[in-house]
Design a protein around this ligand. Sequence first.
Ligand code: SF4
Length: 345
Amino acid sequence: MDKIKRYVECYVPITTCNLKCHYCYITRQEKWKDEIVPIGHSPEEIVKALSKKRLGGTCLINLCGGGETLLCPQIAETAKAFLEEGHYVMLVSNGTVTKVLEQIAAFPKVLLKHLTFKFSYHYLEHHRLGLTERFFGNIKMMRDAGCSFTLEVTPNDELIAHIGEMKEEVMRHLGALCHVTIARNDIVPSIPILSELPEEEFYRTWEQFDSPLFDFKRTIFGKHQEKFCYAGEWSVYVHLGTGVMTQCYEGRVLDNIYENTDRPLHFEAVGHRCKTAHCYNGHSFLSLGDIPELDTPTYAELRNRESGDGKEWLNEEVKAFLSGKLKDSNKEYSRLKKWMVDRKR
Ligand code: SF4
């Protein structure tokens, strides 16, 4: 069974989108008018820079664009190259770019077994543009091709009036309710929830989806993490365009993945001084185990669902891989090393 060595959160440099969700920063800043530009590095270069050898083993590679990831040229080839290298890949997508999804569905089965789609559910846009059938058809196409998937909705106040219809729609198509994430207001330093509702009412409104993802996120949302965090050592954030690799979203720059690709990459943990107001994407970083002292559900538990027909959204191999913790294939620092990492600041 494969064990996760590192979690690599990759930013895919695409800032445009084919949807215009009213709450999204792409729409608010009219970024959907942005040009589509290539990553600037071939899939072979990217994977050489993030090879198993350089990363120390089999990793979970998350590919997420600023806009719609699948609009980025060569994203399918890049995902394929990571899978051929032996990594597990997650692709974040709005699920409507059928041409690229069809291209991916034609990959060899053995590769698709380690590919997971994180589909986002944009109910209002689907209904405005008449995309509902295409969206669910695409999810089923990727599931039938052998991929794993998960589906999440970004809660927003305009959607509240449609919760009943949305639940009925997703149950009819997928036999389970979607997961729920938490939208955040990145402009405010404390990164609060993006909603006009009082906090308690917000949670009461969206908890009706019984989403383990949502339930876990609410336990960490708004709380600064004070314990020793191994982001920077066990997980990293990489901008695939520039190659800059940082400890986490706000951590120090550790390396440039495209420079001197024959030498090892430099890793170093954030330690006790996380710079981010709260770990808003801790549903991945923390459930995978960046803070080993924290007792959390596994990432598989937060992403999976049973479809009612006995099938699950995650296939057996992905489920086993995402059930692992980073501490199982990495050594924790000695007290001296922890002290030195914290003192560096
Ligand atoms: S606590 Fe979360 S946000 Fe902070 S460094 Fe660790 S993983 Fe990153």
